[in-house]
Design a protein around this ligand. Sequence first.
Ligand code: ATP
Ligand code: MG
Ligand code: MG
Ligand code: MG
Length: 462
Amino acid sequence: KRTKVVDLLKDAALIGSEVLAKGWVRTRRGNKHVQFVQLNDGSTIKNIQIVFDMAKFTDEELKPVTTGSSICVRGLLVESQGKGQTCEIQAESLEVYGTADVESYPLQKKGHTLEFLREIAHLRPRTNTFGAVLRVRSTLAFAIHKFFNERGFQYLHTPLITASDCEGAGAMFQVTTLDLNNLPKDEEGKVDYSQDFFGKPTALTVSGQLEGELGATALGQIYTFGPTFRAENSNTPRHLSEFWMIEPEMAFYDITDNMDLAEEFVKYCINYALEHSLDDITFLQEMYDKDLIDRLKFVVNNDFVRLSYGEGVKILEESGRKFEFPVHWGTDLQSEHERYLVEEHFKKPVILTDYPKEIKAFYMKQNEDGKTVRAMDVLFPHIGEIIGGSEREENYDKLLARIEELGIPMKDMWWYLDTRRFGTVPHSGFGLGFERLVLFVTGMTNIRDVIPFPRTPGKAEF
Ligand code: ATP
Ligand code: MG
Ligand code: MG
Ligand code: MG
């Protein structure tokens, strides 16, 4: 059985024993007496060095061992003389699984730009950078499940195919089994969905929240963690067409409980990554962002600032700063505004509450003032909005009035309103965009670089 590179490098008890290592060759160098191969198997950012004594191997045998080829090596694990290496393998036998042609393997040289690597997203997981990012991503996904599991939340699976537009933003991908080139029409010329597999217009979900509320008002505390889809044509470093969202929903939580949970949650995840992925985070810091670990520790060790949207807007108006989008009471904040508050004004993460109801979704609990809702957005340095949440309107009449005021068709909402019709309770929840958390923890600057296969307008091939 093979031993993973991460264990070869860590487990001192293995020194002096015969081991089997399998992986992909990063580099080979040496002379006619001895050849050194750096082998990586994806289990860690580090490589294990394989030493080939050329008295035991022929040049012909080593010839296919080039950058990107896959090999299996049996040999003795010994302490290394070279600096920066703890141990190395003295090769006794070699098997080459697959070659990688020197002319055509695109990851030949080091130091490709992130832009170039996006063009070869199918191969970039084999680079140090994407190995590190994807391991941090996996660590964070595990931390999320661990956090909620430790607190007694149930993991609820919400549907991806749905007929309801939760955010009311109208940015949904249509799902149909109809022939798009030959759509059946009714007498008025409208598309006749009764012939569709789903019998009505359906789409991919933008959020699992509405179904999450059904779960919370039965199980008490739930979270979702799954893909969501938004057909918004935004080409920004913070938006994807397909992204993963974590949405906890809690019965009997008010907005303050909700803020407390959100703050505890993100701090927990960042701490967990610092503990379990420090090698990868350190590599990313050295490569791209010298302040990364300081920034992560700073967020974990400081209380987030909490203030109302109104107070936040006042600070922005009085800042004297020329923003690309001017800001006044009623504007939806852009990343430039959010980052000003966090990075320049408070120099701490910020939770803004009590937004104008016009710029927030229909389900949020209305305040007494008739103008604002109990929303909360968590704003982070380097990112802007990382979490959006709220206390939900639990009063049936008020919720119905708001739905009617906004002209949302009632026939789509009767099932959701039943949560308020039968045994309604105060409840709250929030949504964290998983890739924004991964962006923050890895210090990467473009969201396309923290998901294995990014989907953005016009990009869905691999
Ligand atoms: P933004 O203002 O950045 O467009 P939003 O307010 O439209 O975000 P919400 O509907 O509040 O987003 O969704 C909850 C969370 O999901 C956001 O706080 C963010 O972390 C994440 N998110 C939203 N849209 C996207 C997207 N297109 N790509 C990646 N993450 C997203
Ligand atoms: Mg948006
Ligand atoms: Mg927003
Ligand atoms: Mg939001």
